[in-house]
Write a protein of this length. Sequence first.
Length: 256
Amino acid sequence: MAARIFLVNVGSNASHNFTSPMFNDGTFEFLPIPETLSLRGENVVRYRDLRSHYDPEKDLLKYIPERFWNMGAHADPEFDTFTYGDNCERSPRAASLKKIGMSDYLFFIARLENWDGDAAKGVYGFYMIGFLEVAAVLEDVTEMPEAHVIARFGRNAHIRRGLSDRRLWDRFWVISGSTHSQRFKRAVPVTREIANQVFSAADGSPWRWDSRRTDLQVIGSYTRTCRCVIDPLIPGQQTRSDIFWSWVDDHSDSLQ
């Protein structure tokens, strides 16, 4: 495939004291980060509102500490209408997303914890959980969008924040995915093996696997900032793209 691939690290992690669960068959639930502000109103999604991707009758509270249940959840990305938002104008971490274009791919990587039945195993890894094929981009939002824009992007957490507090039309961007966008049924592992084959540092050099850090720490450090990780138009990277997509095909199981 000739499209560029961007990678963004999402979801709860060690700093939040809970992590998205992955089960023995590779299926998983995605738990977003908490909202940083105390928001009110019907547009706020709280952790108690989250539902299982596989069984919408079930909540996800067994994976979340009770003190978070009534807190707002920054549910981004969302895989109902396939959108992702970020503060591209204000956050250096997200600035590279301003370069994303139509038909590029935005992949989501998340830290997951192995669960066996009802028990967390304390074993963690990074996995790709889905992607957007970019179909539209809402740029630098500073005021409430028109109704037709709300209709398209309104499930996104940043739009929900603005609708809850008008001060939060704060120059965010929102990316909307095409009908080819996917939330994987099974998580796709990001390992040292595949990283050495397809990824490089921002300066083009291979990732460095420091013996003083775990593989999990190395992957987390290299994916902390959103950026384009594969550009098939750069010499040699078409091969990387082919390997990347083959890895995804081998490990994921689309629900589409």
